[in-house]
Design a protein around this ligand. Sequence first.
Ligand SMILES: Cc1cc2nc3c(=O)[nH]c(=O)nc-3n(C[C@H](O)[C@H](O)[C@H](O)COP(=O)(O)OP(=O)(O)OC[C@H]3O[C@@H](n4cnc5c(N)ncnc54)[C@H](O)[C@@H]3O)c2cc1C
Length: 490
Amino acid sequence: MDTDVLVVGAGPTGLMAANELLLAGVSTVLVDRLPARSALSRAGGVQTRTLEALDQRGLLEPLLAGGDHPVGGSHFAGIPLPDAPAPDPGPGAHLPRQPWRSVPQVVLEAFFEVHLAGQGLKVRRDHELIALAQDDQSVTATFADGRSLRARHLVAADGGHSTVRSLLKAEFPGRAGTLTTIAADVRLSGADGLPTHHHSPDGHWAGIFPLGTDSEGRPLRRLAMGGPGRSLPRDVPITEEEIRDGLRAVFGDRVQLLDLCHARRITDAARQVTRYRHGRVFLAGDAAHVHLPLGAQGMNGGMQDAFNLGWKLGAAVRGWAPEGLLDSYHTERHLAGTTVLRNVQAQGLLMDWAGTRDPDVLATRDLFAELITLPEVRRRLSGLMSGTATRYPMPDTAPHPLLGRPVPDIDLGPVRVHQLLRSGRGVLLDPQDALAGAVAPWADRVDRAAGKAPVEPMLIRPDGHVCWVGDPETLRSSLTRWFGAPNRTA
Ligand SMILES: Cc1cc2nc3c(=O)[nH]c(=O)nc-3n(C[C@H](O)[C@H](O)[C@H](O)COP(=O)(O)OP(=O)(O)OC[C@H]3O[C@@H](n4cnc5c(N)ncnc54)[C@H](O)[C@@H]3O)c2cc1C
């Protein structure tokens, strides 16, 4: 075996997966076919749940300290949502949720690469996977230059056109793209203080989002635009004139293009693989789901796939994975992906991308804008978009509002709950100091945090999801379900 896990693709999904695998103590190789990191900025926004995951690994502070990452406004179909989702229900002093941040994908990738290199893992570039074979022991990947590598498991994080997905002949149902819109990184004048989304009465529209600053400290922006007659084939080059024309159609002379850094046409294709697991191969990120980058959910979903998968693969390699743990990756993340696809498709319709001005669509949008003023609706949508409403099924446990949800950042006095997760291990909150004996046989996999705190006893998985709350009768079975057999010598 050359390595425990081979991660194919060093985009946000692959980088996050590699980080989780290193934390779990398994040997990891991370390859990418590109000779150097792509300078093309794609994702611009990092959602609350991803920021929390970074905090749970001690990476949020250094990331934010490394640049100007302004808080941005989240939205649903262009209708603004509150900046940060409300904390989850449940007792305890919850710290406020992290608000959505502008962090360009290139910056995030560079940050992760440096962090991984510091732990001795360098991305192996110029490694294009072209063939794949697996048996019940291992996966063998072959690269374009003829080299091959044998691993126990493979994480396919090779993007929307995934080679691994094709080689597996994995079913990838959904809808082909029906139109294209432009996404461009630009410098603009006249855009300061404007709201994010704009529609002109004749169906042209534009979205303008902050992307931080360029090397000279000037504001960069992500511009998305479209409207009637603007859906051109993907391979038609985008000119500055086309962008100027689109800006004029929405803003008149108010907003001017100063610089065009990158531009691409994106489609509204919406697909998701039927199975995230194929034996020893796991599809993650864009390799598993593609959709319009609406509301900053693509990169975020991919990183959350990786966050879910990493500790489970670690458990499998280290030999303590309980039965069904690896399969729970499909169960949990397929469900989360379906939820994202559904909301993105609804948003695409409500936004009237094609600029049809169809009265039925406009009426639905007006009604929706009205509904969004209701606190309960805002809370629900905000939770969906930010990833904080993600709830994994927790079989055989008594219902509780926090079960299956990402744990809120409870202030325990000397430490925050999210900080406790930095070990990458499970955490048992034991406020009454009554569960030391019960958890002792899992002490090599689960840390116990004892001490008076206004919180219920709670078991938290390494990915921050609550998998048991309060009921002493079911603690043992929950520990076994998520952390494997008890250690008999403990
Ligand atoms: C214009 C635009 C704006 C977006 N905005 C947002 C946003 O604000 N927020 C958000 O969450 N998402 C956004 N997205 C989506 C986001 O960019 C993607 O979801 C994200 O890049 C997916 O990450 P990934 O790591 O799964 O795949 P990728 O980033 O595509 O990475 C895949 C990697 O695999 C490598 N690779 C491919 N094939 C092979 C092979 N055969 N062998 C080896 N390596 C291979 C590639 O070189 C690449 O580095 C946006 C996308 C676009 C296009």
